[in-house]
Ligand binder design. Structure first.
Ligand code: 6GU
Length: 245
């Protein structure tokens, strides 16, 4: 453990809290995760005790004094593979403390993350996220430990950390009490399979570019209708695939 280990190892609230979603993240680059998860809404979620995130440096479970956690792949070929032993031992130790709803491997060949998956995961109590690196993790860990594999889109990142940060953010903001205005997550893009309508703020006229009159009318029913129409139009032109059913 490094001297500043506390900084990245315990991002959770000092008090913890009953009913908080607990997420353990396994990473060879724990520092990469510290900043994205300690600001803004993720910070508030943890400060309020609604979300507890712990980052576990995989190298603490290295197979030798050199901190080795990866090795050449059987059968040959470029790229290292993350070894079974460090991952298995770390996960075993975590499992002694709590029972996990899902052990999630962040990998570009996983199921693509969407709002439905984020909603479902926000209802869980304990999650493990494994951040992959190099060529990925030994298949036997996927076969015997991992219960769910998630990608954040069809492109390749250098490691699973940024993807894990995306997933935690998407989940964390859905926890009841995290957002100031609890209804605001309900009007997000995707929450009802529609993209969000356009939004405006002051001034009503900027360089002659006017805010639609309807939004200034004070007629809440008409405004709701307009927003729904706009959301539908936006979804039809940009993401017709969302309207399939
Ligand atoms: Cl989860 N990991 C990596 N390495 N690349 C990705 C990804 C995950 N999702 C999309 N690209």
């Amino acid at each position: 453990m490094t001297a500043n280990n506390k900084d990245h190892n315990d991002l959770s609230s000092p008090t913890g809290g009953q009913g908080a979603l607990h997420i353990d993240i396994i990473s060879v680059l724990p520092d990469l995760l510290a900043s994205p998860l300690s600001h803004s809404i993720m910070k508030r979620a943890q400060d309020k005790g609604l979300l507890a995130i712990k980052v576990h440096p995989l190298r603490d479970w290295a197979v030798n004094e050199y901190g080795q956690v990866d090795d050449y792949q059987y059968g040959g070929g470029a790229g290292m593979v993350m070894m079974c032993e460090p991952l298995a031992k770390l996960i075993d130790s975590l499992r002694e403390e709590r029972t996990y709803d899902e052990i999630i491997y962040m990998t570009p060949d996983g199921e693509t993350l969407n709002q439905r998956t984020a909603n479902n995961l926000s209802l869980k109590q304990n999650l493990i996220l494994i951040c992959g690196h190099y060529k990925g993790i030994d298949q036997r860990i996927r076969d015997h430990y991992v219960t769910k594999e998630i990608s954040i889109g069809d492109y390749v990142l250098s490691g699973g950390e940024l993807a894990a940060a995306v997933l935690v953010d998407a989940i964390g903001r859905l926890l009841p009490g995290v957002l100031n205005d609890e209804t605001s997550a309900l009007t997000d893009s995707f929450q009802d399979d529609l993209l969000a309508p356009p939004v405006y703020t002051r001034p009503a006229d900027f360089r002659g570019w006017k805010v639609p009159d309807i939004l200034l009318s004070g007629d809440l029913k008409k405004i709701d209708e307009w927003r729904y129409e706009q959301a539908l139009e936006r979804t039809t032109t940009r993401r017709p695939d969302l309207l399939k059913d």
